[in-house]
Design a protein around this ligand. Sequence first.
Ligand code: 26Q
Length: 835
Amino acid sequence: MSPFKDLSRSQPNDAFYDLPPLGMDATAIAADVRHYFAHTMGQDRNSRSAYYPYEALAITLRDRLMERWKRTRQAHNDADCKRTYYLSLEFLMGRTLCNALLNLGVHDAAEQGLYDMGLVLEELASGERDAGLGNGGLGRLAACFLDSCATLELPVKGYGLRYEYGMFRQLIEDGHQLEEPDHWMRDGSPWELERPEYTQRIQFGGRTERYKDATGRPAARWVDTRDVLAVPYDVPIPGYRNDNINTLRLWKAAATDEFDLGEFNAGSYPESVAQKNAAEHITMVLYPNDASESGKELRLRQQFFLASASIKDVMREWVRLKGKNFSEFAAKNCFQLNDTHPAISVAELMRQLMDEHDLDWGPAWAITTKTMAYTNHTLLPEALERWPVRLFEQLLPRVLEIIYEINARFLAEVASRWPGDSERQRRMSLIEEGHERQVRMAYLAIVGSFSVNGVAALHSKLLVEGLFKDFYDLWPHKFNNKTNGVTQRRWLALCNPGLREFLDETIGDGWVRDLDQLERLAPYANDAVFRQRWRAIKQENKRRLAQTVKQLVHVEFPEEAMFDVQVKRIHEYKRQLLNILHVIHLYNRIKRGDTRDWTPRCVLIGGKAAPGYYMAKQIIKLINNVARAVNRDPDTEGRLRVAFLPDYRVSLMEVIAPGTDLSEQISTAGKEASGTGNMKFMMNGAVTIGTLDGANIEIREQVGDENFFLFGLTAAEVEQRRGHYDPNAVIARDSALQDVMNLLESGHFNQFEGGIFDAIIHTIRSPHDPWMTAADFQGYCEAQERAAAAYRDQEHWTRMSILNTAHSGFFSSDRTIGEYNRDIWHLDAVPPVPL
Ligand code: 26Q
């Protein structure tokens, strides 16, 4: 505890609190940068590292965020408004500096101010480490949503974990993925503000005790627990040029003092202090799996830690303002659960309402089921989270009792709706029976929520027809779709300054807040002068991307070639394998001399494999081996280049998306919930080659079939084929695929590494291959041929490119958040108190 007491003799007055607003011009910014560099960082002309001027600029901006942040908070408090809390184990924020410059509207001022002192903004900005507190799509979606909420002035607060180590850094050695820990906080972060005064105490372990409260009501309490402190760190989330700053609150685990010195110090002092570690491990590292990792105790601890701390934080504020009156709680609060990862919040909110705030089951359940809303992000049944009951018994015994009670009451409802249908009760139970009993977290989330949504139209439809059909039959009104989106601030304005300026000049800058305005570009697709400028901007972005590729992997990408890109987590369902089979096919054509009307192509693939995912790692190795063989062969010169880009992350995508011609979205239909990279590419004028999966379907609807390269089985066809899929017959009928398989099976790409691709070959030929790679090969090659032909007609291609950007308005996360608010949250926008 702090030795400082509350002020009593001191009576600070206006002279202490009232500050004039900070200057937003080049001179004021430069003056502060100079001040922090010299006086806060203690640097002088001997200082060499770009870190110090970066840090000085960051603090300069933080000051300007801070004065706005307080006013936003004040406006929310004054309005006594309804709020939403976005609960997520992941927030993949990437870099902060340029986003703050853009949203505060001081990019040019800062650039000029630095320039006047001989500093290059770009050089400082490029040293910032990514905040990689997420795996991929789901984590980046949370970050885009926060940007949109702040821009739309919605009172939404993010709650997450402050991992000491974010997503691992990926190294490629001899074609294999190696993982290196990402200690991104090494030098501290200027973008967070520790708030020790809002520390919460989180319980684990122990047991339940029953007692009668003061009024004689039977009650329960959770006792003999081993507690861990949750210390909040607040990150400012600036809206776009509206002086509104929302908050992302990240919890760090810390040991309690008793934990150090209480029951543990019987033995020895150093050992008991060392015990601090155990508690602090909870927020040490992000789990690097983008599909669920079953049964790890530490992961369950993380989930409960986030849920409990965040709900306690909301409760403390509620009780401070309204005391023990919870009658309006549901009208004023909403929790949006980002997948099932924080789904334990359903039971934890019940526990806090009953055990800590003395509500009865009925009112507590009414509140819970009016405040919780759940977003699902997966269609893969194996990725649905389940936790062994045994783990719950040890770690969260009181929470498990509540889950049992929720289940008992729920199954009674099922029984009264479908009397005698015990099979249905078994199917729908929150507890899966078996040799090890498990809690089904998705079912807990559905039962405890008033809204359940998927993240693209097809995904939401397949959920209610498949995984969640029983629940849809019971509660059709709960189910809805919210097609994902991405923020055009980062994914167009920030990452593509060349195109931003051209758009501003052509249609004004209204699109930055209202992406539908891009529609006004469409007529310019027929303007030859416009097309020429469009092409020049794309060429410049391709040069920038080619430079990055060259720097990182020493492969030359000639800028006149078509840049064909697939970047995303490596997963079998995403079918990077199909992509590389096509590359082998192109290589084979070159070797055969079948190169009439050839379109030069540079294939770029990037993404991380979960460290324990064997097949994904094999696919990375295959891509690297094929790349080596192709790039080395003189026959491919000017025709084909292949590169695997290591350590794919947010800041790399900011270079990749603007420089891409062809966007690869080739998952097995019915498996990709939405995809969001597809939207970033489209906004930046790439044309998609893709299956009828996830948001691809809506992309194609928006842009028109003639501006999209479609191929592959539909989701329904994939399911029809299951059970009588015969890939060997498919291969036998397709000579191109036969040739590809021959090259693979002859060991052409693994000359001194005998047998290493056997597992991959086996899955392609297996009738049980769930991803049906062989089935889509021919269609894929034909679509690639259509894309190549289209690219040869540069005027035609440019028209398609322009129309992709022009019709990408629907995929703004502003539209998505507008729908969440209209259908689920019902928040009023609250402008900040003016400066
Ligand atoms: C679960 C349990 C234990 C450890 C890890 C996990 C875990 C972590 C991350 C499970 C899943 C994830 C991430 C999933 C994800 O990113 N899904 C993607 O979400 C995007 C946003 O909605 C969609 O666009 C993608 O289609 C979907 O794959």
